[in-house]
Every structure is written in structure tokens, then in C-alpha cells.
Design a protein around this ligand. Structure first.
Ligand SMILES: [Ca+2]
Length: 403
């Protein structure tokens, strides 16, 4: 196993290098089971992270350093006013900043949008520095000493301005560190807001019900706790928790046919996961993982603990999943019912079909780009944003037939 670990680590290092030094320009088209795909660049943003589609076709797009833009009629707006102040330190591998955006299911009536972001703790301490967790090997920034945490704000979008901005949810506790905020946000078919909350590179909080780190959280649209959440009324447990034992989830989507929530979880060195989420269940991190620690110390594999929920699929080498949609459009009829997930280190879109709780087919479409988030356009095309300092907003369609 050690040799394969070293090979994996090399792959990981190469992927990290690739992030810093993009090689050849990415392809304009890509072969797929639905024919040749065409990548059309609509706009270029600085490290775009999340997208939301409004009922009138306007597209909201976040930029990690703290800007929210509106893409409409082929043009990118000036930064939207009123975005909450975010912590984005701009250091290598910084994962915080302005992250996801989501529109209220009733946006046409109430105008509400939701933003997830990393915010500073009100009280900072000069005494606190990064502890250098051994399980991360060299991937800890020892200079990072800002105490912060993920948060979700709700606001009313009025033209190019956010009004009545209110923070409705926060990660607890706040801590130092540049990674594992999670912070993908999405509405369920039940009208509740689901938030993926990463474990902030702290491992054990994922198993602690007194913290909402390393969880999927479910709240009402005003941030209050629904009465039917699994840990409501239990002593020493937070009511906002929906499921636990998670590491860092940047891709989650509801299957419109089964109404199930599926979540793609970033594994450590190997062991990216696809989980079908059930209320109150424990998905194992950091007790088990099919990957190993960055310092290459082993972690027991999932099958050693049948009392914990196992992923229905894992990936080694990792795909680095970010942004997922269930496809239901007209442009790619053979893909209806599939889930599409963006891949960062894998520079691809991965398409999965299900047979009940089993993945029956996987297709990997090489895009040559770090895919950060996906969205289905009204005409069935796919919008995608690319994780890069100059990150494109792409429209993915079927290419015109060759002449
Ligand atoms: Ca797991």
C-alpha cells in the first residue's frame, strides 16, 4: 500500500502544481456520450465560487474575494452593493471568502437571496496561531491566525443592491485556518435551507453534536431550527444538525425524482465520497475514510465500521468534487436523471446515473479546467464556472455538427 500512497501523493502534488501553472489552453470542445460538447466563454471572473439562477434568467455569481455579480443579457454587472464583509486572505490554498449564493424558492415574491461566506470572529486573540495538526503534513499555513468561521446571510436583492442583510446561521465554534468551510447552500423540496458545514480542518468536531462543524445542517429560511430536525430536544446536541461525520462537502443536490439529498465529500489523500444523506445518520469522518491522511498516516477504511454510514461510491485518486446538479433539461435528453458534478483536481465533469441506491454508470468528461460549480440553464444548456484567478463562466452546449 505504501508504494501506491507515494504514487497518490505524487499525483496530488502534480495536481497542486497544475493549479498554479496552467499548461496548454483548455479545449474548446470535448467528446461525451451526448455528442461533442462545446465550451462557450460568456464572461471571466476572479475565482468565481457559486451561482444561482433567478426566475427571470439573471445569473448571480460570487467571486471568492468578496464580490457578487449579476450576469444578464450577455453582460456582467458591477459588484452588487451591500455584500457582507468576508475574510479572504489570498494566501495559497485559501478556501474562505465569499462562497455560495442561492435564490429563495419564492424569490419572485420576496426577493430573498442567500450568501455563504467566511467571517471574522468579533474578538480576535493575538495568542492563537495554527497548531500544525500532524495529520495534515505540510498543508497547514502556520501564519494563519485569524479566528473565523462560515456564515450564511439572507438579503433582499433590489436592483444591484442587497438590502436588509441579516446573518441567519453561523459555524460554531470559529477557529483559525484557511480550509474546509464547506458552505455549499441549497433549498430542498421541503422548502428548507441545507448548508454543508466543513470541519475546518479540525477532524474531531465532525463527531461532536455540540458543534455544527463537519455536518450537513437544515434550517428554515430565516435561520430558525425546524421542529422535525433529528436532534431537536436532545441534550448536548445542536438542533440545526441534519447529518454528521462529514469532512468537507462542496457539492450537494436533491434528486427531483426520489427527493433524496446526495452529497459529494472531499476525501483526504484518496477517498472522495458520494453519500446518500439520511437524517440523523453518522457518515464516519474522521473515524473512517477510504483515503489516508495528507501525512500518509492510515485511516481505517469504511468497511471496518458497519455502524457508520458508508458512501455509495468513492474515488482514489480523488476527483475533488465541487458543484452538482441533477440534469432534467432538453439539450441532453440522454442525461436526464443523471447527476453531474464538477471536478477541481480532475479537470472534468463527472456524470453518474443511479439504479436505486447504486451508481449504475459513471462518465468522465475532460474539460481541462478546474470545475467549481454547475447550473442548468432554462434551455437545458449547462452553465459552469471555473476555479481560476481568471475563471470563465462557460455555457456548455452540443457542438454544431462538423461539416
Ligand atoms: Ca464518510
Amino acid at each position: 500500500m505504501r508504494a501506491s500512497l507515494i504514487a497518490l501523493f505524487t499525483l496530488f502534488a502534480v495536481a497542486m502544481q497544475a493549479q498554479q501553472q496552467p499548461a496548454a489552453p483548455p479545449p474548446a470542445t470535448a467528446p461525451s456520450s451526448a455528442g461533442n460538447l462545446r465550451f462557450e466563454r460568456l464572461a471571466t471572473l476572479e475565482q468565481p465560487w457559486g451561482m444561482a439562477l433567478l426566475p427571470d434568467g439573471r445569473l448571480l455569481i460570487t467571486e471568492k474575494s468578496g464580490r457578487l455579480r449579476i450576469f444578464a443579457r450577455g453582460r456582467l454587472s458591477e459588484p452588487v452593493q451591500g455584500v457582507p464583509r468576508v475574510v479572504h486572505r489570498g494566501t495559497p490554498f485559501e478556501q474562505g471568502g465569499l462562497m455560495d449564493v442561492e435564490a429563495d424558492p419564492d424569490f419572485a415574491r420576496n426577493g430573498f437571496v442567500y450568501l455563504s461566506f467566511s467571517e471574522a470572529a468579533e474578538e480576535q486573540s493575538s495568542a492563537i496561531t495554527e497548531t500544525g495538526e500532524a495529520r495534515f503534513g505540510e498543508y497547514v499555513d502556520m501564519t494563519d491566525n485569524v479566528i473565523r468561521g462560515g456564515a450564511v446571510a439572507r438579503a433582499r436583492l433590489d436592483g444591484n443592491t442587497l438590502r436588509d442583510v441579516t446573518v441567519i446561521w453561523r459555524q460554531v465554534p470559529k477557529t483559525v485556518g484557511r480550509g474546509h468551510f464547506g458552505n455549499r447552500i441549497l433549498f430542498g423540496p421541503d422548502g428548507k435551507l441545507y448548508i454543508t458545514s466543513g470541519e475546518r480542518m479540525r477532524f474531531e468536531p465532525a463527531q461532536q453534536l455540540t458543534s455544527n462543524l463537519g455536518k450537513i445542517v437544515r434550517v428554515n429560511s430565516d435561520g430558525s431550527t425546524p421542529n422535525d430536525n433529528p436532534f431537536v430536544g436532545r441534550e448536548n446536541a445542536r438542533g440545526d444538525i441534519w447529518s454528521y461525520g462529514h469532512r468537507n462537502i462542496l457539492a450537494a443536490a436533491f434528486d427531483p425524482s426520489s427527493r433524496r439529498l446526495v452529497a459529494f465529500e472531499m476525501g483526504p489523500l484518496g477517498g472522495d465520497e458520494l453519500n446518500v444523506i439520511q437524517a440523523g445518520k453518522n457518515y464516519g469522518w474522521p473515524l473512517v475514510s477510504n483515503g489516508d491522511n495528507y501525512a500518509s498516516s492510515p485511516i481505517p477504511d469504511h468497511p471496518t465500521r458497519n455502524d457508520l454510514e458508508a458512501p455509495i461510491r468513492t474515488w482514489t485518486p480523488v476527483i475533488s468534487p465541487s458543484g452538482a446538479i441533477f440534469y432534467s433539461g432538453a439539450m441532453f435528453p440522454s442525461w436526464r436523471g443523471s447527476v453531474l458534478v464538477g471536478g477541481l483536481s480532475s479537470l472534468s465533469i463527472i456524470r453518474l446515473t443511479f439504479d436505486g441506491d447504486r451508481v449504475s454508470h459513471e462518465e468522465r468528461i475532460y474539460t481541462g479546467r478546474r470545475m467549481r460549480d454547475l447550473l442548468q440553464a432554462p434551455d437545458g444548456a449547462i452553465y459552469a464556472i471555473v476555479d481560476d484567478k481568471a475563471g470563465d463562466l462557460l455555457r456548455i452546449t452540443t457542438a454544431a455538427p462538423a461539416r
